[in-house]
Design a protein around this ligand. Sequence first.
Ligand code: KG4
Ligand code: ZN
Length: 329
Amino acid sequence: MILAIETSCDDTCAAVLTPDGRRALSNVVHTQTEHDRYGGVVPEVASRAHLERMEGVIATALERAGVSLSDVERVAVTVRPGLIGALLVGVAAAKGLAFARRLPLVPVDHLKGHVAAAYLERPDLRPPFVALIASGGHTALYNVAEDRSMELLGETLDDAAGEALDKGARMLGLGFPGGPAISKAARDGDPERHDFPVGLRDKKNLDFSFSGLKTSLLYKLKAMGPGEVEAELPHLAAGYEAAVVAALSGKLLRAARERGARSVVVAGGVAANGLLRKTLAGECERRGLDLVIPEPALCTDNAAMIGAASVDAEALPFPDYLPVTARSV
Ligand code: KG4
Ligand code: ZN
């Protein structure tokens, strides 16, 4: 069995997977609520909360999988990118367990983890495909080649898509995380009532930009009275959400066309977005593209995706990983 650990941001995660990394026997996520009142993740608070929860989350993952530590043959852990103090807690836990049992340790890249969630959703999925990763920290397009190596095709020039949703939600006085809050507020809204810019829509590149969208919302709010903002809230939320979705789906479809891809994968927290899923389902069907979006629990941060990605990463044998820190790999 593979034991996988993920602590790159504000979720303390552990999972147990079959040795081929294609099936999760358990996937435990403890989402830290300590950040809610700040409207964003506070790095130091995240590290401390990981430290308090890590042991219990690992124990629960083993228990739910019905295995014990002696069944674990390798340990996989996220080493980058992420909050350095948060990553360190997971890396230290993984190293400790691997060292105690003389197991190999596999350092895993978080973004490769998000892409690998697609293999858990569809174990028969074979590259090549184009992948969009859209989360609170990252927004990037990759081409995944037949040998599963990844080429960066484009990325955000400023905010990540999830970050844009989180900041937009904050401006609108909605809760955190902003993605689900904006979707909820947008339910009865008309996305066309207010005109929002879709960043880099007409540029031929595969990059994203959400700063213009944010500024546009700010100016609209400044020009409105408080009563007006309240009345317009569903429409503002719907327009803002639609602009984010248009940017993401537009560039993903452009990448698929340019690369002649037959399959596209979407992952990261924003892939849980209902409008994005619906838009892409329609567009992909029209173009004959096979669309793979993992179930929401595999899209947001989790350790099962890290275990899935670990089969493509180099395992460090005992005790070669002892000098490894989240910064050194
Ligand atoms: O992948 P993730 O859980 O953590 C990071 O690695 O960042 O992504 C979190 C982001 C947040 O910005 C959150 O607002 C967004 O994903 N998100 C959503 C939805 N659920 C989470 N955005 C839009 N619609 C959702 N349903
Ligand atoms: Zn993530």
